[in-house]
Design a protein around this ligand. Structure first.
Ligand code: F0G
Length: 454
């Protein structure tokens, strides 16, 4: 059969409140043309993020009832720890309330003024936590990763030559080498097993720990199985284990590839570093057997980890993105290719060349998409990245709209509705105008700024 079906039935539903275009135009105006300002009740299909927004399975809900809320030594922690170690063979598993808390603890220990931390592309919160410690974050992604039309199978790869030169130049000022799988900020593009091993070997040769940001590890493993020569017959579980076997630690947001609504962890092999991390954990998150989580969250994550590596799920998951991308491509919409793991990215600079980057073409596009269809995406462009530390403004490297797909939440007809919305957008796009910012906070303006149409 060619048709890829959702590999689940629906047991419990959440109604979507239908709205009209006129109603949405008013809501958007009241939200000052910032999609973060909308009430989610006014959104039909919410593609703002794939983080914590997935549907839990019947088995996860059942596991929640087993949650043991003991302060110390809960059996829920034992199940969580065993589920993580089954896939990621690290010695120390330290639970946190979400990914950024793991980052804050790690870089609080490894960061500091003068330190320099390379990755393929640091996610915003990772960069934020590195910079908050006084250290500097560097993105050494291969060039193809910034070319929306390049068909390189592993656009998330680290540029090994650049990394080698970086490690040579900065020596002892590098406290660790990081790698984000998949590369979220670079379009959800995967990293090959070969590249993971090569980065690990370089880090080791220079005496630095190698840490993986593993948020979307299962999607990455699926791409390795599909695209990496010699891996087509490997089980997903084995690929995952191979990826983490060469690392010294990981940070994780369980809100992605663990089917959690909340949660994360920091994993480490080094005893001294783990001891220091646990001290910080107790100060800021909670005791070592729950981090910032309830026992029931630990149970939901443990169960989620056994479901995320299911090949039927992963085939459907990546197949959904591929389906949307193929159809948008046929319509002539410039989409980032090949399909990434968790989201569809639209190149607004290419589609709306009449809007200057500093008049935020991707925001204009995301806003009109909401007005037309009630679908909420997010701008990843000059509104998010344009403001410079010295107060000036400069265009971002790309002007993208990200449509992140929550896990197991929407169906084929939602995908078809999205495609139809783009048919309508195509007819209206030349009439779209840019926006100006009328009020913004000092940092991370895209979350709360107010905009007005030009
Ligand atoms: N690393 C990556 C690659 C991420 O995508 C995220 C979150 C984090 C770390 C932080 O994890 O949210 O649990 O603290 N990404 C979400 C997104 C927010 O929408 O892409 P967190």
């Amino acid at each position: 059969m060619k048709t890829i079906i959702e590999p689940f039935r629906i047991k419990s539903v959440e109604p979507i409140r239908m709205t009209t275009r006129a109603e949405r135009e008013t809501k958007l105006k009241l939200a000052h043309y910032n999609l973060f300002g909308l009430a989610s009740d006014d959104v039909l299909i919410d593609l703002l993020t794939d983080s914590g927004t997935g549907a839990m399975s019947a088995e996860q809900w059942a596991a929640i009832m087993r949650g043991d809320e003991s302060y110390a030594g809960s059996p829920s922690f034992a199940r969580f720890e065993a589920a993580v170690q089954n896939l990621m063979p690290f010695k120390h598993i330290i639970p946190t309330h979400q990914g950024r808390a793991a980052e804050a603890i790690l870089f609080g220990l490894l960061g500091g003024a003068g330190k320099r931390i390379p990755s393929n592309t640091h996610f915003d919160t990772t960069r934020g936590n590195i910079e908050a410690s006084g250290a500097l974050a560097f993105d050494l992604n291969i060039g193809e990763g910034r070319d929306s039309q390049s068909m390189h199978p592993f656009k998330g790869n680290m540029d090994l030559e650049k990394l080698a030169a970086f490690l040579q130049e900065h020596g002892d000022n590098v406290p660790c080498v990081m790698l984000t799988i998949t590369n979220n900020a670079g379009g959800g593009q995967p990293v090959s097993l070969e590249n993971i091993r090569a980065v690990a070997a370089l880090a080791r040769a220079h005496g630095h720990p190698f840490i993986i940001d593993g948020c979307r590890f299962a999607e990455n493993a699926w791409f390795i199985k599909q695209r990496e020569p010699g891996q087509e017959n490997s089980a997903i579980t084995d690929i995952v284990r191979e990826c983490f076997a060469v690392a010294d630690g990981m940070t994780m947001s369980a809100k992605k590839d663990a089917f959690g609504n909340i949660g994360g962890w920091l994993a480490l092999n080094d005893d001294d570093l783990a001891e220091a991390a646990r001290v910080r954990l107790i100060q800021t998150e909670g005791f070592v057997t729950y981090g910032g989580l309830a026992g029931r969250d630990l149970e939901a994550i443990a169960q989620g980890l056994s479901e995320i590596i299911d090949e039927d799920y992963l085939r459907y998951r990546i197949g959904t993105n591929q389906y949307i991308i193929d159809r948008l491509d046929l319509l002539g919409v410039p989409v980032v290719k090949p399909a990434g793991g968790h989201a569809v990215f639209i190149d607004a600079r290419a589609w709306l060349p009449h809007i200057d980057p500093l008049q935020y073409p991707a925001q204009a596009l995301a806003n009109r998409l909401y007005e037309i269809s009630g679908i909420r995406g997010v701008e990843i462009g000059s509104l998010m990245f344009g403001r410079q530390p010295d107060g000036s403004e400069k265009p971002a490297a790309m002007e993208l709209v990200r449509l992140a797909i929550p896990r197991r939440t929407y169906t084929q007809s939602h995908a078809d509705y999205l495609i139809e919305a783009f048919e309508m957008l195509k007819a209206e796009k030349d009439s779209l105008r840019g926006l100006k910012v009328v009020k913004e906070p000092r940092l991370m303006r895209h979350f709360t700024c107010r905009l007005a149409p030009l």
